[in-house]
Design a protein around this ligand. Structure first.
Ligand SMILES: Cc1cc2nc3c(=O)[nH]c(=O)nc-3n(C[C@H](O)[C@H](O)[C@H](O)COP(=O)(O)OP(=O)(O)OC[C@H]3O[C@@H](n4cnc5c(N)ncnc54)[C@H](O)[C@@H]3O)c2cc1C
Length: 415
């Protein structure tokens, strides 16, 4: 089993008492609840609130051995997974290695516009955001201060919308009384979307409500023009130059390189094309699931619910195989809808048969996210942090860690 994200974790959980001998390999020692990463990036939560050590999750499972290492390939002829340090034999292989952000052929932009995928990304973004306010406080002139106080977020999907809303609240609520030379209310947050509207996977009326909620928070929403340049000083979009010290990338997706490891066919974002039983064509011993997989006949979104259900499905198929059943019913996704939040008071939920927005939706969104967090402690901590933030507007995790000078950003003229 490669990957202890949503897909991998659910496959291993589903294989409890199956009589299998499971080796779970991940290059990180923790399972990460990515839907709340934006809260770490904007100082709302601490990293440990949204991550749980994999070894600890399976401490009572004698059938699960956890290895911390990076997979670099699969030797299909010898049925071995190739790691940085060694090789591990397999009878059945499940690949659930997820996806990362993509820059549409402009890889050089990554240095200026980091994406959000890991704890390290989130703490690096938190550092950039908080340092920008510090630099603005010390800026020698007005235009330097304003550039430091300008945040450009590229990509109007759920992550971009959530980041924009949270940065706006950080500036306008949490930081507002903490500076002397600048007024954080002057922070300019620009959400850039190349398509005609934000939250394209939601119905148009919910997308319009999200735009309205963001605008009320002071976010500028710019749709219909793609970023054409991106550097240490800002972005160019639709011919306009936006001077911004902080640019965040929430636009493209690229699957993990599993297709390369397997020499398999893939779609244009690198997802392995698998059959309806999620196996690699011609290889019933290899399953690929979650963000790394694509069933040609379906267009399921790259979300946690799909990965979780696929993990559970593979566990059922393998249990059936152990009991001598070989024919598997095709995987079917039970649609749990689309969910996104805008700041600490509004959310949007589209369940198909029911659509809602506003505060009640935010309460439901909060309960759902707390419920799905791994580990009792994390649930309690997140619930308390949110309750405190809601009542006081405080952000408990406003720590600047790591180097003060990002190698890719310029230090402005300071006092
Ligand atoms: C910022 C952000 C916000 C999101 N918000 C939501 C949301 O609100 N709702 C929602 O449903 N979905 C959301 N998603 C999407 C959701 O997180 C993914 O769809 C889901 O995590 C996919 O699960 P997975 O198991 O395929 O991959 P992942 O959960 O990404 O897990 C992949 C695992 O594989 C490991 N791995 C990768 N490569 C290797 C390697 N070479 N060797 C060893 N280990 C490796 C990784 O360390 C990781 O643990 C969000 C994603 C992001 C990035």
């Amino acid at each position: 089993m490669i990957g202890a994200g949503f897909g991998g974790l659910n496959a291993v959980v589903g294989l409890r008492n199956a009589g299998a001998d499971i080796t779970l390999i991940d290059r990180r020692n923790h399972h990460l609840f990515q839907p709340l990463l934006y809260q770490v990036a904007t100082a709302g939560l601490s990293p440990a609130d949204i991550a749980a050590p994999i070894r600890n999750i399976f401490h009572d499972r004698r059938d699960v051995t956890v290895y911390l290492d990076e997979v670099t390939g699969v030797d299909m002829a010898r049925r071995e997974v190739v790691l940085r340090t060694t090789r591990i034999p397999y009878d059945v292989l499940i690949i659930a290695t997820g996806a990362t952000h993509a820059y549409f052929g402009h890889d050089a932009w990554e240095a200026f516009a980091p994406g959000l995928k890991t704890i390290e990304d989130a703490t690096a973004i938190r550092r950039r955001i908080l340092i920008a306010f510090e630099r603005a406080e010390m800026a020698r002139d007005e235009s330097t201060a304003q550039a430091q106080l300008t945040f450009a977020i590229v990509g109007g999907g759920a992550t971009g919308v959530e980041l924009a809303g949270a940065i706006a609240e950080l500036a306008r609520r949490a930081l507002v009384a903490d500076f002397r030379r600048i007024n954080p209310l002057r922070a300019r947050i620009v959400l850039i979307e190349a398509g005609p509207r934000i939250l394209a996977s939601f119905p148009a009326n919910l997308s319009a409500k999200a735009t309205q909620a963001l605008t009320q928070l002071g976010v500028e929403v710019r749709c219909g023009a793609a970023v054409s340049a991106c550097d240490a000083d800002g972005v160019t979009v639709g011919g306009d130059r936006i001077a911004a010290a902080t640019i965040l990338w929430a636009a493209g997706v690229q699957a993990s390189p599993a297709a390369r490891w397997l020499g398999a066919d893939c779609d244009k974002v690198g997802r392995v094309l698998v059959g309806t039983d999620l196996t690699l064509p011609g290889h019933s011993e290899i399953f690929v699931i979650g963000d790394t997989a694509k069933v040609a006949t379906n267009a399921w979104p790259g979300i946690a619910a799909v990965a979780k259900q696929q993990g559970k499905y593979v566990a059922r198929v393998l249990k059936a195989r152990i009991n001598g059943e070989t024919a598997a019913r095709p995987f079917r996704y039970l649609d749990v809808g689309n969910w996104a939040t805008v700041g600490r008071k509004a959310a949007l939920i589209d369940l198909g048969w029911m659509r809602m927005s506003g505060f009640i939706a935010w309460v439901l969104w909060s309960f759902a996210h707390i419920y799905f967090l791994i580990g009792f402690r994390n649930r309690i901590v997140v619930a308390l942090d949110w309750a405190l933030a809601y009542l006081t507007f405080r952000r408990g995790a406003r720590l600047i860690t790591g180097p003060l000078n990002e190698p890719q950003s310029k230090t402005p003229d300071l006092v």
